[in-house]
Design a protein around this ligand. Structure first.
Ligand code: FA5
Length: 358
């Protein structure tokens, strides 16, 4: 129950005077309500009139100055005034909102006859475009895409590929380790060879294995710590080095043009024997020699070789019966050659000026 301060006889006031005063506040409030020209002004009016410290509410403080039997009459009157003002406020608010909306619509009028703005259309990243070109070419030659994991065990990334612990060849693939001992981010797509062989053995295999690889190395114009590779693997009976060369040459002609010369250079990979790297004639200087090809006229595009007998055995195949070839190429490097991109760092820098050119 609300209690009001009780007035002394001297302080008592006349009910009619107080009603007069309240009526005056009511009239005055209605007038200022009409003058409110915006919803902001309306809110101010509401706070100053009907709020907790508003002019109408303040009238309740005088209730205690009335004789007790008059107090309920005056209280009721205050409530009536409050309600009437609240109704008037709602009416005014509705009218003002409609006015404001109309004004806004007039100001922001749409000319529906103007042509619409074209939605900005994204496009495939140059690395994805190159990957798709690669898939298409290998797909036409009967190679299926085989997906394998990016987080690998040391066993699959190295040991089963004929790279035992402490083998110096591990220096070629500096590695990111996870917090779980023996679990790493793969440094190349070659561990996928073992997964594919173990899944398909003893069937013949013709797959490409695309995906992201990671290496803990210095980022330079030619090397990133994160890049794609596309591995290729063919396993069957009577597969020879001639198949490897013929197939890779067919790929290079489709990728870089019919007349593009290629060559194989002997190289070393622990998981292939013999091993070779493949070069294509420099697309920028047509073999004459330039900065990009380091004045050799040739650009390396991939590593390859005949699958090592130990690796075939680790995959479940008898190397006396089966043979195979494998290769690993870098799509970003291929895109660099194809489009004359001189820095691999553009690929992941998210610069639209670069990306919009493809
Ligand atoms: C390998 O990774 C071998 N696994 C390839 C292979 C597979 C050989 C099967 C034989 C049989 P290499 O480290 O050279 O080899 O990498 C292969 C390709 O990946 C390179 O030719 C290059 O195109 C790309 N590549 C390698 N390191 C980077 C890097 N840091 N940034 C961008 N591309 C890279």
């Amino acid at each position: 129950m609300v209690s009001f301060p009780v007035a002394t006889d001297k302080e008592r006031v006349d009910l009619s005077k107080m009603r007069e005063q309240l009526d005056e506040i009511y009239e005055q409030s209605l007038r200022t309500l009409e003058e409110a020209g915006s919803t902001d002004e309306l809110e101010t009016w509401h706070r100053e009139t009907l709020g907790r410290k508003g002019s109408v509410q303040l009238q309740t403080r005088h209730i205690g100055q009335l004789v007790p039997e008059e107090r309920p009459h005056f209280g009721r009157r205050i409530n009536e005034v409050k309600q009437a003002l609240e109704d008037a406020y709602q009416e005014r608010a509705t009218a003002l909102r409609a006015q404001e909306l109309e004004a806004q619509m007039a100001a922001e009028a749409l000319d529906v006859t103007l042509p619409g703005r074209r939605a900005w259309r994204g496009r495939l990243h140059p690395a994805s475009q190159t990957l798709r070109d690669i898939y298409r070419i290998w797909g036409d030659m009967g190679f299926q895409v085989y997906r394998s994991r990016e987080v690998e065990t040391d066993e699959y990334n190295f040991e089963l590929l004929n790279i035992p612990q402490h083998h110096p060849a591990r220096d070629m693939w500096d590695t990111f380790h996870t917090m779980t001992p023996g679990v790493i981010l793969r440094t190349h797509t070659s561990p996928g060879q073992i997964h594919a062989m173990r899944q398909y053995c003893p069937e013949p295999i013709r797959v490409i294995l695309p995906g992201m690889c990671y290496r803990y190395e210095q980022i330079t114009a030619r090397s990133e710590i994160q890049f794609h590779q596309v591995e290729g693997l063919a396993v069957g009976k009577n597969i020879t080095m001639a198949d490897l060369k013929g197939t890779l040459n067919a790929f290079a002609r489709r990728m870089f043009g019919e007349d593009r010369a290629t060559r194989f250079r002997a190289n070393y990979f622990p998981f292939t024997e013999p091993s070779a790297e493949m070069d294509v004639e420099c697309v920028l200087c047509e073999g004459a020699g330039c900065q990009v090809c380091k004045y050799t006229g040739w650009l390396e595009i991939l590593g390859s070789g005949m699958v090592h007998p130990t690796v075939l055995r680790n995959g479940g195949y008898d190397p006396e019966v089966y043979s195979g070839f494998a290769f690993g190429m870098g799509p970003e490097r291929i895109a660099m050659l194809k489009y004359g991109i001189d820095d691999i760092r553009y690929f992941w820098s998210n610069d639209l000026r670069f990306l919009e050119q493809f």
